[in-house]
Ligand binder design. Structure first.
Ligand code: 9UX
Length: 70
């Protein structure tokens, strides 16, 4: 199902790449559609099996904050 992850703290395009790579490679069942620096979000397709806590931990380990999942 398609979800929008609101992410605070990305300040350059390397940050965007870190988020895209981590979401793609470090969690099973997540496909990244778009990561927006200006919009402070990532659009993903993810399986129902993916836990919000898992996403939150991944984003925070990168040094960013997962504000909400919509
Ligand atoms: Mo850019 Mo982001 O130099 O954590 S990689 S600020």
């Amino acid at each position: 199902m398609e979800k929008k992850l609101l992410i605070e703290g990305m300040s350059c395009n390397h940050c965007v790449n870190h988020v895209r790579t981590a979401l793609t490679e470090d969690i099973k069942g997540v496909e990244v559609r778009e990561v927006s620096l200006d919009g402070k979000y990532a659009i993903v397709n993810m399986d129902d099996s993916v836990k919000e806590e898992e996403l939150k931990a991944l984003i925070e380990d990168l040094g960013f904050q997962l504000i909400a999942i919509q």
